[in-house]
Design a protein around this ligand. Structure first.
Ligand SMILES: Nc1ncnc2c1ncn2[C@@H]1O[C@H](COP(=O)(O)OP(=O)(O)O)[C@@H](O)[C@H]1O
Ligand SMILES: [Mg+2]
Length: 328
């Protein structure tokens, strides 16, 4: 397969929170790239560093959070070196972002229709009327029935699920080249979730945008991803094309994640499995394999002390190859 030119390239990203003696590194070695038009999913349990990685791309970490190492190249330019003003120009028409928690993303005093059309007029150079028609069509595609009516409402008049769909429509309305979506459907019911995922996939085909989708749902990953990055305790631990990852997971952690998913595996084996233990709370300075203390395969493992990324196959990288052996 021809290698597409990377649109986004994250190189050895390190993210820290806190000041002085209280600095904690929460992301220490995250590298991956995303080609134009590609759908890349980032998976991993809660607390792996997925959201902070996504937030750092547009400088949205807030508080004492900051990138303390590495580069985030967008079309070859380092976003980490840009001023907030330069980043503002990129956010919207270049990179759109849908958050997990959208409560603070909508302006409470402007009707949602106007919030949508304002950005579209500015970024797409279309008239207000065109923008309105487009906004209504997009709202309808997210499953909002009375889209014209919803346009006139203020955010507080809508349910949480409706607001999330509005947010999604609003972000997509500016036709970003790259969409970053952090668990965009977690708060929505299953039917709407599927509808939104289909919408993302359809719009990806129509517009050719690239999507960086963060999810803990491997079912969604199987449906939508081209490639997958697995994160654990602030690091990328495995990366592979989606089919390869789901059928030949190399990392014991990836294998455990797949085991925990009912349905993808043989239906006779439909026991509900969950990975014992939890992601350690502070992990930035754990040497070697950070999964070792939870790993069922740690006993005979030779890579425990030194867990650098190694190449397993074409486009397939992992910090561990123990999982492969187990897959019999
Ligand atoms: N504002 C913050 N201040 C301090 N630590 C934070 C902050 N936000 C996130 N973290 C820490 O960063 C780590 C990764 O969190 P996060 O990116 O939210 O994980 P995920 O999205 O994979 O569930 C966690 O250990 C979390 O405690
Ligand atoms: Mg998160």
């Amino acid at each position: 397969m021809e290698q597409k030119k990377p649109l986004l390239e994250i190189q050895q990203l390190e993210i820290s929170f806190g000041r002085g003696a209280g600095v904690t590194r929460v992301v220490t070695d995250v590298s991956f790239s995303l080609g134009e038009g590609e759908i890349l999913c980032v998976v991993g349990e809660s607390g792996s560093g997925k959201s902070v990685t996504a937030l750092s791309i547009l400088g949205l970490l807030g508080g004492t959070g900051r990138a303390t190492g590495g580069k985030i190249l967008y079309q070859g330019r380092d976003l980490l070196a840009m001023s907030p003003r330069e980043l503002d120009g990129i956010r919207g028409p270049e990179i759109g972002m849908i958050f997990q928690d959208i409560m603070y993303s909508l302006n409470p005093v402007i009707p949602i229709g106007r919030q949508m059309t304002e950005g579209m007029e500015r970024h797409l150079g279309i008239s207000r009327r065109e923008a309105e028609e487009k906004a209504i069509r997009l709202l309808e595609r997210t499953g909002i029935r009375d889209a014209a009516g919803a346009m006139k409402k203020y955010p507080h008049m809508l349910s949480g699920g409706m607001r999330q769909r509005v947010m999604i429509a609003m972000t997509l309305a500016c036709e970003p080249k790259l969409l970053i979506a952090d668990e965009p459907t977690t708060a929505l019911d299953v039917t709407i979730q599927m509808q939104i995922m289909e919408l993302l996939r359809d719009l990806q085909k129509e517009t050719g945008m690239a999507i960086l989708l963060i999810t803990h749902d491997l079912g969604v990953v199987a449906e939508i991803a081209d490639r997958v990055v697995v994160m654990y305790a602030g690091q990328c631990v495995e990366e592979a094309p989606v089919h390869e990852l789901l059928t030949h997971p190399a990392h014991a952690y990836t294998q455990a994640l797949i085991h925990a998913l009912p349905g993808l595996r043989d239906s006779r084996e439909r026991r509900l499995y969950s990975i014992p233990g939890t992601v350690p709370e502070v992990y930035g300075d754990i040497p070697g394999c950070r999964f070792a203390e939870r790993c069922p395969l740690a006993a005979g493992c030779t890579r425990r002390k030194q867990a650098e990324m190694i190449q397993i196959g074409e486009g397939h990288y992992s910090r561990c190859a123990e999982g492969e052996v187990k897959e019999a």
